[in-house]
Design a protein around this ligand. Structure first.
Ligand code: PHE
Length: 457
């Protein structure tokens, strides 16, 4: 056992684990994806449902994943296999391995643009922005350049590969520990600037005052997908990360803090984006380019905007990196554990495969007409991958993980693994209720509705 432990690696400390899990959760999902999905789905009403889902579905599923991971000390496929050797449950793990590659393939494209914007702001390219049309134009022509898009995408995959090759505790932990708190404070500063812009009030109302008449089941579907995506759930990331935590750690409190930090950052990102957006008279349904247009427009209105801008794009790149690491770690852990590959071989091969799968996404923000309008106008290949892997695959995965933890492996087994004592006793009962009833039923209704209406995108 101890032999196995040392070859797979472990987190250096409890706080190291929380920071790494939060590093996986906090990323472009919070700052790039959350605002534009909220904007497209009615603002405050979406935010409201999102928060409910984090509490009722996200937290219980995270506890389930972490418990499965720590108990088995395996990747998602190996974990199901170890618990129930000759069953079909390992397919859910396999879906997670695919999903990891699928998400990474478009995520790293956006992450590459973050690096690109960091360089652009330092070079002074974003200095003289006077209107959002101009900011919009700058992003459009930037992302429509195939060499830049693919080059930055390649760079980001390369960075991810380098860090993951270094292994669990040395690479991932060290990065996250220092930089995440800085990101938090920079966002607070930006939110203050954004909220105090002239005309910001309307944005605050859109973002914070729910109009419940706008809610449809589609809103629920998007909020579910966003909650799972943002918390890195439904594909076994937290099974994999859980396999590296020590038996002494308290899973319930760790999972709660990750959910809390992640949600705080997302809410904060909305407070940066929406007031500024309305102050500048922009359309909240701006799609994937939204932050690349709004953020530079805010910097242009700030003293020291360049420093802030450079800081924020650098930290966003790092936040993205701690997430891409966790995405790549899932397939890598699978090939290392189950097929006996060396870490180096698994990382290199997965990196190359992801790069090729991601090329259409890199060409989907203007470089190539076919990929840019892959599904319809304004809904290209990147959006397609995002919906397919970032919403549906995660939702399906989370459904089966909930059923597995609630019925197959069983709430007793999970409780034993969780070892929540004292005051957490009551949460344990509530957890059992959520994971057995609320999670599967809610997810099932949402997926059935989407399948029934054919309203996939
Ligand atoms: N949670 C990450 C983010 O918000 C993305 C992610 C999804 C990472 C799924 C791992 C697994 O940016």
């Amino acid at each position: 056992m101890s032999n196995l432990d040392s070859s797979r690696g472990n987190w250096n400390s409890k706080i190291g684990f929380i920071v790494a899990a939060a590093g996986s959760a906090i990323g472009l999902g919070n700052i790039w994806r959350f605002p534009y999905v909220a904007g497209e789905n009615g603002g405050a009403a979406f935010v409201f449902i999102y928060i409910i889902f984090v509490i009722l579905i996200g937290l219980p599923v995270m506890i389930a994943e972490l418990s499965i991971g720590r108990n088995t000390e395996k990747n998602p496929v190996g974990a199901f296999k170890k618990l129930f050797p000759r069953s079909l449950w390992k397919i859910i793990g396999g879906l997670g391995v695919f999903t990891g590659i699928g998400i990474l393939s478009f995520y790293a494209v956006i992450a590459g643009y973050m690096v690109g914007y960091f360089v652009k702001i330092i070079l002074g390219d974003l200095n003289n922005i006077t209107s959002f049309e101009q900011a919009d134009q700058i992003f459009k022509s930037f992302s429509a350049n195939p060499y830049i898009s693919i080059g930055l995408f390649f760079l980001f995959i390369f960075l991810t590969v380098i860090v993951v090759m270094g292994g669990v505790s040395t690479g991932i932990e060290r990065w996250s520990k220092i930089l995440m708190p800085i990101l938090f404070f920079l966002l607070i500063a930006l939110a203050i600037r954004s909220v105090t812009l002239k005309g910001a009030m309307e944005g605050l109302v859109f973002y914070l005052q729910p109009d419940f008449s706008k809610i449809t089941l589609t809103t629920f579907a998007r909020a579910l997908g966003q909650a799972l995506f943002s918390l890195s759930l439904g594909m076994g990331t937290m099974i994999t990360y859980g396999s590296y935590i020590s038996k002494k750690d308290n899973i319930v409190t760790s999972a709660s803090s990750v959910c809390l930090f992640d949600t705080l950052i997302a809410i904060l990102a909305g407070l940066v984006i929406f007031p500024a957006l309305f102050a500048m008279g922009m359309d909240p349904a701006g799609g994937p380019g939204l932050v690349f247009v709004v953020l530079p427009s805010i910097f242009a209105k700030m003293s020291g905007g360049i420093i802030f801008g450079a800081g924020i794009f650098l930290l966003l790149s790092v936040a993205a990196l701690t997430s891409t690491i966790s995405l790549l770690e899932v397939p890598v852990a699978y090939f290392v554990d189950e097929h006996g590959w060396s870490r180096k071989k698994a990382v290199t091969l997965m990196g190359i495969i992801t790069f090729f799968i991601g090329i259409p996404s890199a060409l989907a923000l203007g470089s190539n007409y076919f990929f840019t309008t892959f599904i319809k106008e304004n809904f290209g290949f990147l959006d397609f991958m995002n919906a397919l892997f970032g919403n549906y695959s995660l939702s399906i995965g989370a459904f089966f993980i909930a059923v597995f933890a609630g019925y197959k492996w069983g709430t007793h087994a999970v409780s034993k693994e969780v070892q929540a004592e004292g005051s957490l006793f009551y949460y344990r009962r509530m957890w059992a209720f959520l994971i057995r009833l609320i999670c599967p039923i809610a997810i099932f209704i949402i997926l059935a509705y989407i399948a029934w209406t054919g309203n996939y995108f």
